[in-house]
Design a protein around this ligand. Structure first.
Ligand code: 6PG
Length: 478
């Protein structure tokens, strides 16, 4: 009889196949199942030598190939396919078996599935997996959420499969229900903001300074030795340097300027609205993708609303440094907002998220891995509540140091008609944050004028309404 497998992987598209190979390479026995059997055959044919695989063609054989309590990772498209696969699996499973959803599922779906499977005595883990194809194979960042008990069962596997940074695995228990998928959603939101900021810096170099893609790549290359050092900065240099040999041009100049999205950024922004968290950086990044998608409208608008092309001047090292500092400060804001959102979610959904650990497991394997995450880890290691990372020493010093450049770069873009929604909204957020008295007093007056919504006063307790349009008298509201 063949030895039972430690883990089942269901869904063998690139992410599933690579996770299966990763587990097998780490010495775990892996049972494989894919709806279309050819994928299973292909995987075993090409990579069967990498470890102990058991290929199956029927779901019941797949389940029978697993040691108990069974552990099955499903790697299928988020949404209905996840429910369909769970429905197919449930009748074949026994109490305490574990289903892990390793896709980018919406956390509220994960909450629902977690509860439904709990009623059936099955255990469900919603696990964010970040790192793309390469990460899945070489070691991703893994964000599992569900029952802690169930996590204990899978811990030896996920901590071995995950990326390792300084000997620490980039995988840790996140919290109950949909907490793991929630944290992955915010990771993706930050990924949106990070990429939008990089894109805006690129646009400034291209449009204001007239630099070509290879020259801009050289600048990003310089930045790899600064605090900005990150995976996304690194791959930016590769993307910008790639030449299309046939066209004799940088490939990036031939790519359609329309960004697609699968939805995680939009979910992050929507959830921030629900929680009342000012998530300007990520949300602007989502809107920027939406505007990029209106390509026809933009082409028409360019004709109707022409803008003079800036007189392009070569950037000095000081100009380049200013953009780097503005990018860094805006990036700090995006992360600070994302962490504030997780703090709010932790309270709202009762998750007790350990944000220092979240930052720790984002240091490697995932798309937003960056040197900068060490600073976030350090901030949380000090203990105590962190209402906003910008108020922590390191980040406070970094934004203060960048402030002059940040303003200069935003002014430069505005003067030249270059859209920088993430840079400028981050600066506006910062300016709003560091004022104890903002302008919402007027807003309250207006609300009270047309809707008798009442206001509070600085000099007296209680709520008040003024009969603005009538006798102008103020009354205290009980
Ligand atoms: C990751 C990525 C991954 C995927 C995004 C792309 O962490 O490995 O975030 O999850 O590439 O979902 O998202 P968009 O299609 O929305 O850009």
């Amino acid at each position: 009889m063949t030895e039972l497998s430690d883990l089942g992987v269901l869904g063998l598209a690139v992410m599933g196949a690579n996770l299966a190979r990763n587990a097998a390479r780490k010495g775990f026995g892996v049972a494989l199942y894919n709806r279309h059997g050819e994928r299973t055959d292909k995987l075993v044919e090409e990579f069967g030598h990498e470890g102990r695989f058991t290929a199956t063609k029927e779901l019941k054989d797949f389940v029978a190939a697993l040691s108990k309590p069974r552990v099955i990772i499903i790697m299928v498209k988020a949404g209905k396919p996840v429910d369909d696969v769970i429905d197919d699996l449930v009748p074949l499973l026994e109490a305490d078996d574990i289903i892990i959803d390793g896709g980018n599922s919406l956390f509220t779906d994960t909450n629902r599935r977690f509860d439904a499977l709990k009623d059936k005595k099955l255990r469900f883990i919603g696990m964010g997996v970040s790192g793309g194809e390469e990460g899945a194979l070489e070691g991703p960042s893994m964000m599992p959420g569900g029952e802690h008990d169930a996590y204990r069962r899978i811990e030896p596997m996920v901590t071995k499969m995950a990326a390792q940074v300084d000997g620490t695995p980039c995988a840790a228990y996140i919290g109950v229900g949909g907490a793991g998928h929630y944290v992955k959603m915010v990771h993706n939101g930050i990924e949106y903001a990070d990429m939008q900021l990089i894109t805006e810096a690129y646009d400034l170099f291209k449009t204001v300074y007239g630099l070509g893609a290879p020259d801009i790549a050289d600048i990003f290359e310089q930045w790899k030795s600064s605090d900005l050092d990150s995976y996304l900065i690194d791959i930016t240099t590769t993307v910008l340097r790639k030449q299309d040999e046939a066209a004799g041009k940088p490939l990036v100049d031939l790519i359609v300027d329309e960004a697609e999205q699968k939805g995680t950024g939009r979910w992050t922004a929507r959830n921030a609205l629900d929680l009342g968290v000012p998530l300007t950086g990520i949300t602007e990044a989502v809107y920027a993708r939406a505007l990029s998608g209106q390509r026809k409208l933009r082409a028409e608008a360019e004709k109707i609303l022409p803008h003079e092309a800036p007189a392009q001047m070569k950037p000095s090292q000081a100009d380049i440094d200013a953009i780097r500092e503005a990018l860094y400060a805006s990036k700090i804001i995006a992360y600070a907002q994302g962490f504030e959102q997780m703090t709010a979610a932790s309270k709202e959904y009762g998750w007790d998220l350990k944000l220092g650990e979240v930052a720790t497991i984002w240091r490697g394997g995932c798309i937003i891995r960056a040197r900068f995450l060490d600073r976030i880890v350090e901030a949380y290691a000090k203990g105590g509540e962190i209402p906003n990372l910008v108020l922590q020493d390191y980040f406070r010093d970094a934004v203060l140091k960048a402030e002059v450049s940040w303003r200069k770069v935003v002014v430069l873009a505005v003067q030249h008609g270059v859209a920088i929604p993430a840079f400028s909204s981050s600066l506006s957020y910062y300016d709003g944050l560091r004022r104890s008295r903002g302008p919402a007093n007027l807003l309250q007056g207006l609300r009270d004028f047309f809707g008798a919504h009442t206001y509070r006063r600085l000099d007296k307790d209680g709520s008040f309404h003024t009969r603005w349009g009538q006798d102008g008298k103020e009354e205290a509201i009980k």
